[in-house]
Design a protein around this ligand. Sequence first.
Ligand SMILES: *Cc1c(COP(=O)(O)O)cnc(C)c1O
Length: 390
Amino acid sequence: MNQGNDLFDPASLIVAHDETHAFEAVVPPLVQTSLFTFSSYDEMVSTYRGEKVRPVYTRGLNPTVRMFEEMLAKLEGAEDALGFASGMSAISSTVLSFVSPGDRIVAVRHVYPDAFRLFGTFMKRMNVEVVYVDGRDEAAVEKAMPGAKLFYMESPTSWVMEAHDVGALAAIGKRHGAVTVIDNSWASPVFQQPISLGVDLVVHSASKYLGGHSDVVSGVVAGSKAMIDRIRAETYPYLGGKMSPFDAWLLIRGLRTLPLRMRAHQASALDIASRLQALDVVEEVCHPGLANRLPPGLNGTSGLFSFIFKEGVDVRAFADRLKLFKLGVSWGGHESLIVPGEVVLEQKAQPNSAHTFGISARSVRLHVGLEGTEALWNDLEPAIKAASAV
Ligand SMILES: *Cc1c(COP(=O)(O)O)cnc(C)c1O
């Protein structure tokens, strides 16, 4: 992000007063309505003819959702954005707008488990083949790309946090004519702006950092006007995974503190990651911020990472002793969470990416929330000690 003058930083623009103030209110109204009426026959018919653009029905266009979309587009440095009922809805609607039966997708390994399941079930049935590559191995990416219709990225990846040179990968995809898509939920636009790195479309689970308070499930895609228009025309209205106005309203509130929250998650998680790394009983900490340097284009790190215990630590005892870190999926909210790798390996839903890509049964994923580093460490350290003694 621009460090020199905060007022030109897109993050500052979404924190500052909005340009439009209905009722002179600081907070935009929640337009919680399913439909909008027309004042005359003429207005209705010109809207139907497409001569006039205005809200008709909330599945198509809603002013509160639109305001969130415009803020997110600004943050990502994109021309336009489109809000969805979930991150998965944004991902499926985006991918389905650009591939047809017989096409091939190249995806980085360790993608989000439900994206992996979408590719391995529904997309397979649609006769779309998905091949996986190690995103850190640019030669392998280059080799897989000829003929690919779409290149699906996520960086850092789920669970093991493999971090990629997104600009270099986007250039490979582009050279081979593939539509490039990235899941940017982990870094958020505060720490990574993939459009500026040459990626076509950025998807988010807005349920994570964009919302930031664990009270919303929603998603969004950002990109060029032409590509967003294609999604808006081809899949968005008919698959119908529309973001609700109330969720958009909560997301607008969440975005105001996004830059501040991201910096707090970053500081606390990095501190805890290095303390874990110093422990005898920890084999490895998977956190991109512990490497000598971050890949180009990644300007900071968030609160989500994993680590692997050495043999002999009782993960169940560790998990059950924690008080501030609760067992729970998702992440990106104010609160700290853990997910044990053992549990993920036992997940019934198939195909299970944890088996396909391989994760350690001794690994634990942490989301470091906003409770404060010392309080969190005072929760973790005794639990690790107790679980190592048994
Ligand atoms: C949670 C998540 C998703 C899916 O988002 P939903 O809002 O739960 O549908 C996609 N990508 C990543 C990286 C996620 O963590």
